[in-house]
Ligand binder design. Sequence first.
Ligand SMILES: *[C@@H]1O[C@H](CO)[C@@H](O)[C@H](O)[C@H]1NC(C)=O
Ligand SMILES: *[C@@H]1O[C@H](CO)[C@@H](O)[C@H](O)[C@H]1NC(C)=O
Ligand SMILES: *[C@@H]1O[C@H](CO)[C@@H](O)[C@H](O)[C@H]1NC(C)=O
Ligand SMILES: *[C@@H]1O[C@H](CO)[C@@H](O)[C@H](O)[C@H]1NC(C)=O
Length: 491
Amino acid sequence: MKVILSTRLKNIFLIIITLSAIVYLYLQWSFQSQLSLFESDDLKSNYIKDIGFTVEEEYDVDGQVADSEKTDDKFTELEDGIYHNFEVDRVISPVFEARQYADKNNLPFILWWTPFTGEKGKLKKCFIGECYFTIDRQLYNHNATMALLFYGSNFNGNDLPLPRKKLHEWGLLHEESPKNQALFMFQDIMELFNYTSTFKQQSSYPISTQYIVSESYLLKPSVYTVSEKNWMKETLDLASIAYIQTGCNPPSDRDAYVQELMKYIRVDSYGKCLHNKDLPVELNSPSKMNSKAFIEFIGKYKFVLSFENAICNDYITEKLFRTFNMGSIPIYKGAPNIRDWLPDDHSAIIVDDFNSPKDLADYINFVDSNSTVYEQYLEYKTIGLRNPILNKALSERQWGVKSFYRMSYVTGFECYVCDQIHSNLKLMQEGKLPIKHQATFEHYGCPKPEKYNYSDIPGAFDWERNIWLWEYEKAKKNSVLLKEKVYSTLE
Ligand SMILES: *[C@@H]1O[C@H](CO)[C@@H](O)[C@H](O)[C@H]1NC(C)=O
Ligand SMILES: *[C@@H]1O[C@H](CO)[C@@H](O)[C@H](O)[C@H]1NC(C)=O
Ligand SMILES: *[C@@H]1O[C@H](CO)[C@@H](O)[C@H](O)[C@H]1NC(C)=O
Ligand SMILES: *[C@@H]1O[C@H](CO)[C@@H](O)[C@H](O)[C@H]1NC(C)=O
């Protein structure tokens, strides 16, 4: 049958096609330029936690920004009230032609196997060369794909890019402790990676200072003076020590210690663990923990228990640095090498220095009772940082924390890998051998968890404390199997 279209119909048809094409191109564009590709909420929230900042945190942010600038185009709202400045992340515009540009210029592809960044395709101009970053697994077989990146929390031994091609270097980004993923405690797993970015000083691209916003964040004057704190302690009937913890009975077994300590000294415990006091409703949410109101609320306390969830060298978190920021004395349990990271050698009370919780309680009472002794712990606020390791790490890091004008450490690590690839390509062009990189145990380096030898916590099940040892043994076996699996497929 012959279909006859009137000129008018043909025109309408053409207009519809043109409009659809425009809509399609627009969708393509917005698809690529926005963070709409997260495969799970888990990944999205991790990414946002790592690179985003809230306006509430702004007074602590590295680099002040005028109110008028906050709504500026350069801040992408990752989710309600959480922003990031992608302009500082070395992205080459326009994003739309990223892939064509990468193909034309023979750029290396770097594939996030765990789709951490949610970015389908982005070009970044690093320090030595440019690379194309993607989460598109179809590019696994592409001959330009030279590195695969993994985000530790979502690393899954049953979902690996195997067979591993000769060309494929692997990179691991993991800022979390082994509470989150036990596998990386073993050499057998770590040696599968060529590059790492972890809290460990020995990692290829260390992010030990990931919770220190800036030097001035640490040196900020205390929220309250010691006499104000003493006065509030009496009039508001506060303990001298605050504890705020929601993840109870973690691998560090901190709650067993704190429970024992509470036999000898009063502790106001606001979190879920050993809870004996309620936070004001408006502060009772994890997202408020860095807010100004929270800092002022806890800043009334003379001491804050800053206990990490796991014990690893260089694993140091906001629990410690937030306490410095508010100007209370941290009572610290965590990294055995914590002295590498303190503002000076007399700025925290270190649990490992005491033989027992009772001895620690006696010492806290002594510091509490004498304002001169108390204030000696805060001298760094006026004298400045006197720790060469900390100073060096802060001044040499290329990335910023909640920064308006420095790249995130996620981009920092991406660029580190990109640059290693470029320098090796250059060596090979010159007929030289490429430089080999292989991670070791020391790039993460957390030891087997240990339990305290105190009676169990009432109301808490013992299995909760034992689970970490069980996880450790399981991960130890799995790490051997996984290593064999990867090596047996090496092409
Ligand atoms: C990659 O494959 C393309 C064809 O798909 C080819 O033109 C190019 O030379 C290859 N590059 C390398 C480095 O093998
Ligand atoms: C407080 O400590 C200082 C310095 O150690 C000491 O000189 C002073 O006598 C102490 N004050 C009291 C009341 O014990
Ligand atoms: C990367 O790591 C793998 C696995 O350990 C190793 O076989 C390979 O030689 C390393 N590649 C380079 C370029 O260092
Ligand atoms: C735990 O403490 C008890 C009493 O102090 C002691 O007899 C026991 O040997 C300790 N156990 C361990 C594993 O240290």
